[in-house]
Design a protein around this ligand. Sequence first.
Ligand code: ZN
Ligand code: ZN
Length: 146
Amino acid sequence: MSLEERLVTALKARGKKVTPQRRFIFQALEKESHRHPTAEEILKIVRKTLPDVSLTTVYNTLHNLVEMELLRQVDLGEGMTRFDTNTDIHHHLLCKRCGRLEDIHRQFRGVALPKEDARGFVVTSHQVIFEGVCPDCQTTTPTLKH
Ligand SMILES: [Zn+2]
Ligand SMILES: [Zn+2]
């Protein structure tokens, strides 16, 4: 089942309406899922087909999906929120030059927070982000900043 079908089925099961606009947003999410797109990136793609769609509509649609736990927000401290269509616990590989973000599905069992550092929290999961330079960026010279 495609992501679009999966989301439409889940929304209908919750008695929600699925407008054509939403369908285009789901399609854009699916197309860009490997990049973990931002709301602005989704808007850019949807506007190619629906020029009148607003950022508010895109935001609301994405946040509804997050509330229904059909989508996850990822904040890597880059000053933007990305959306992740993979709602299973997983880890990430981030290119520090172009912002490409890929999923890693391996488990890192050695990662544990000692009790004295947990500050009373009941820790239920953790995320590992590996940062570096992706293959594409390794072959291009970084642009000089003035
Ligand atoms: Zn890169
Ligand atoms: Zn991810």
